[in-house]
Design a protein around this ligand. Structure first.
Ligand code: PEP
Length: 259
């Protein structure tokens, strides 16, 4: 792997603070020696402070699952990027398909969110991916082109080099229907080519993850694909042992590449 692999667990709307503490206390010792792998948990807002405190000094970073595009304002119920960075949150998931689908997240807002995240010192994970219908009508590349171009539109080449894009085919999220290695490699190579069009020098540094029904069993094959730099893991990340096994799979590839 040319880039440091990145495994991020997206807990979605799961885990109270007490449940989050149980998870992290089981997870941290399991990933203590996963050298060469970046690890994050993407947790509900109410868990952020506790997880930042519990992971301090470890390899595990803490990400939010969304934020508003404005730094402050009359947006009742929203959370801003400076509010996240103030409590030492490391990054934020932006444009998850569940937010696009259920909360009308738009590409226009996302384009601003990416800038706002960087301005606040947060690392964004930009999620992109096609529906089953779009794949069947041959529209996968058109959809990815639109989402990636809008998401990166307002970033500098230096920011693009620090971006993580997660390719998550919507039909694979939470369904148990993982993309085939060929489908994942093809789409992720296409995403990388789009990044290269926008910022040629930054493209080799930007990371592109696969997400969609990743499990400890299918992770080794997916993570070994040439253009895949890691995984965004939903359901399987709720169990600390499963998430740790996916991190192990990435660490084993790093070790094999170094030997
Ligand atoms: C996700 O939430 O981003 C995701 C990929 O979920 P799952 O792993 O459950 O498909």
């Amino acid at each position: 792997m040319a880039r440091t692999p990145f495994i991020a667990g997206n807990w979605k709307m799961h885990k109270t603070v007490a449940e989050a503490e149980d998870h992290i206390q089981a997870f941290l010792p399991r990933v203590y020696s996963a050298d060469g792998v970046d690890v994050a948990i993407c947790v509900p807002y109410t868990d952020l402070q506790a997880m930042v405190d519990s992971t301090r000094g470890s390899r595990v970073e803490v990400f939010a699952q969304n934020m508003h595009e404005a730094p402050h304002g009359a947006f009742t119920g929203e959370i801003s990027a400076p509010m996240l960075s103030e409590i030492d949150v490391h990054g934020v998931v932006l444009g998850h398909s569940e937010r696009r689908q259920y909360f009308n997240e738009t590409d226009k807002a996302l384009s601003q969110k990416m800038v706002t995240a960087f301005d606040a010192g947060l690392k964004p994970i930009l999620c992109v991916g096609e529906t089953e219908e779009e794949r069947e009508r041959g529209d996968t590349e058109r959809k990815l082109r639109h989402q990636v171009q809008e998401g990166l539109e307002r970033l500098t080449p230096e920011q693009i080099a620090a971006v993580t894009v997660a390719y998550e085919p919507i039909w694979a999220i939470g369904t148990g229907r993982v993309a085939t290695p060929e489908q994942a490699q093809e789409a992720i190579a296409f995403v990388r080519a789009l990044i290269e069009d926008k910022a040629p020098a930054a493209a080799p540094l930007a990371r592109v993850l696969y997400g969609g029904s990743v499990t400890p069993d299918n992770a080794p094959e997916l993570l070994a694909l040439p253009d895949v730099d890691g995984a965004l893991v939903g359901g399987a990340s709720l169990d600390p042992e499963n998430l740790a096994r996916i991190v192990d799979a990435a660490a084993q590839l790093v070790a094999a590449a170094a030997s």
